[in-house]
Design a binder for this molecule. Structure first.
Ligand code: SPD
Length: 380
């Protein structure tokens, strides 16, 4: 699908969200106007390190595991002289809890959509100085102005993807296409399933299986989702978001609830693996770069965020971690591997996207979700 198609698709999704009572998305900002004689967007190389005299020696990135190419970090250190120190978390809830518990050392964090809403509401994010982010012009407008930060005051897009499931066609010689295959597993799948260690994703998938919104606040619907999850639990080998890829490749599980990029990388290692967007639908999400208010190196953080939006850097990153890139220039200039751009698992076609739902902040109903997660007894 072309860029315009994808942009249209996100707009349709936003309209559906709004119609479903989700926070209304502000209209997607129009792309920056370009005069007919204006040169094509540069690669942004000239903007790479900002004012070097203002850079800190080190920068602390708090990120999801395996979610940035080492080469990108090495280049930032080589070009700008800043060493990036990476620490990781495996869910939005862990990120929030760590910051709320007083962790102050992080300069850049990578919250997903609904977690951005929560962090803005809690006053945890610093406003970005757009003067330091000239490479923002490379971002596809379809990924800007989304419901959780309508003016991109606090965040810029990093990567996006979906949360479906993957199975081994060599071990399961039939087509799987429904959450039913996950929540009511056949005998040859029982005990060989992994689920994400992520309460909104797992409860959301059970809700979707039941035909409910992944953002429901209705206690009866959540009770039914809990029953589905408790029935499934004896068949689940692990709740994990960072080892599911290895488990699939090693054959220790034959079916895994998984995020796009991890699925694509697992399939590279084992071609019999197949990624499925379930017919009932699944989550579509966007992870975003943000600066906590407590950051000690805000200027360097902005220079780093700008560096990540440089098309050649965004392409190295997307070609390595294999998630969907919001970098329009990197896509248009074919800096991203065309095999990835043409992979419907990473850039799903419009008809599939229509079945997907964004997670949103469910407000106080999160207590109901937390209770289900605790009752499910997923080890932290
Ligand atoms: N391997 C790191 C993947 C990070 C994916 N974040 C997805 C969040 C979806 N709610």
């Amino acid at each position: 699908m072309g860029i315009a198609g994808r942009g249209f698709c996100l707009l349709v999704l936003m309209a559906i969200l709004a119609a479903c009572g989700a926070p209304a998305a502000s209209p997607t900002p129009a792309p920056p106007s370009v005069s007919p004689t204006a040169p094509a967007p540069s690669t942004g190389l000239e903007d790479s390190c900002g004012d070097r005299s203002k850079l800190s020696k080190e920068l602390y990135l708090f990120n999801w595991p395996d979610y940035i190419a080492q080469e990108v970090l090495d280049r930032f250190e080589r070009e700008c002289g800043v060493k990036v120190i990476v620490d990781t978390y495996d869910s939005n809830e862990t990120l929030l809890a760590k910051l709320q518990a007083g962790a102050t050392g992080y300069d850049v964090i990578v919250p997903s959509d609904y977690m951005v809403s929560i962090m803005i509401k809690e006053g945890m994010l610093a406003e970005l100085d757009k003067n330091n982010l000239p490479n923002l012009k490379h971002i596809d407008p379809a990924h800007l102005g989304l419901y959780f930060d309508p003016e991109n005051k606090y965040t810029v897009p990093y990567m996006w993807g979906t949360s479906g499931f993957m199975y081994d066609t060599a071990a399961i010689p039939r087509e799987l296409k429904s959450w039913k295959d996950v929540f009511e597993p056949a005998p040859d799948v029982q005990g060989k399933i992994s689920m994400l260690k992520d309460e909104r994703e797992v409860i959301g998938a059970a809700l979707k299986y039941l035909g409910f919104s992944m953002n429901t606040t209705n206690p009866d619907e959540l009770q039914k989702a809990k029953e589905v999850l408790l029935r499934q639990k004896p068949y689940v080998k692990a709740y994990t978001s960072d080892t599911n890829r290895d488990l699939l490749v090693a054959g220790e599980v034959v079916l895994a609830h998984i995020w796009t990029g991890d699925a694509i990388r697992a399939r590279d290692a084992k071609p019999s693996l197949k990624y499925v967007i379930p017919e009932e639908g699944c989550t579509i999400w966007q992870d975003n770069l943000a600066i906590p208010k407590t950051a000690r190196n805000k200027y360097t953080a902005e220079v780093f965020i700008n560096f990540l939006m440089r098309p050649d850097i965004a392409a190295i990153n997307a070609n390595t971690i294999k998630y969907g890139s919001p970098n329009r220039t990197a896509i248009q200039q074919r800096l991203i591997d065309p095999a990835l751009l043409n992979d419907p698992g990473i850039y799903p076609p419009e008809e599939l996207k229509r079945r997907m739902e964004w997670l949103i902040d469910v407000g106080e109903a999160i207590e109901l979700y937390d209770r289900i997660w605790t009752e499910l007894g997923v080890e932290q």
